[in-house]
Design a protein around this ligand. Structure first.
Ligand SMILES: [Zn+2]
Length: 162
């Protein structure tokens, strides 16, 4: 899409990209192009682009990090657990695309409706949801053609600049 995304961490943080949470999180059209950045817990998370805060969930201290346990859960159980226990922030980037910053801790520093500048701090890395180690799951999504009036979203690939 040619959109510019900044690396969502303060200067000096050197994230390792990898996939630390099993089969659930990167399946299907909604999550296919998500990026995982492994960073120390407590690392500040910055907005990769400016926009408006669309959604915030910051109430969970619960997570599953045991991959074998995740593998024994059904897709439905995994989805339910993730929805209930994952802290994340979604930013509406104002051009029909949204970015999800997933696996934050309980510190809430932004609110829905708040305008956010590129590289403004929006949260901190923590363990919540389905995650084997502290990391940021970053997913940029755009609205897909509506089927039967239902909105759905698909992820798209993003390149990060420093
Ligand atoms: Zn991920």
């Amino acid at each position: 899409m040619g959109l510019k995304y900044s690396l969502p961490f303060p200067k000096g943080v050197k994230p390792v990209t990898g996939a630390p949470h099993g089969r659930y999180a990167h399946n299907g059209p909604k999550f296919r192009h998500a990026t995982d950045f492994v960073v120390p817990p407590g690392t500040p998370v910055l907005a990769a682009r400016g926009g408006t805060i669309y959604f915030v969930k910051h109430d969970s201290t619960t997570y599953i990090s045991d991959m074998a346990l995740m593998d024994r859960m059904t897709e439905k159980e995994l989805r339910r657990f993730a929805e209930k226990h994952t802290n994340w922030v979604t930013i509406d980037n104002g051009d029909g695309t949204f970015a999800e910053y997933v696996h934050l801790d309980t510190r809430q520093i932004v609110r829905p409706g708040q305008k956010i500048r590129r590289r403004q701090r929006i949260g901190y890395i923590g363990m919540s949801g389905l995650t084997t180690e502290p990391h940021l799951h970053f997913n940029a999504v755009r609205e897909k053609r509506k089927r039967k009036g239902r909105k759905s979203f698909e992820s798209f690939p993003v390149e990060f600049s420093a």
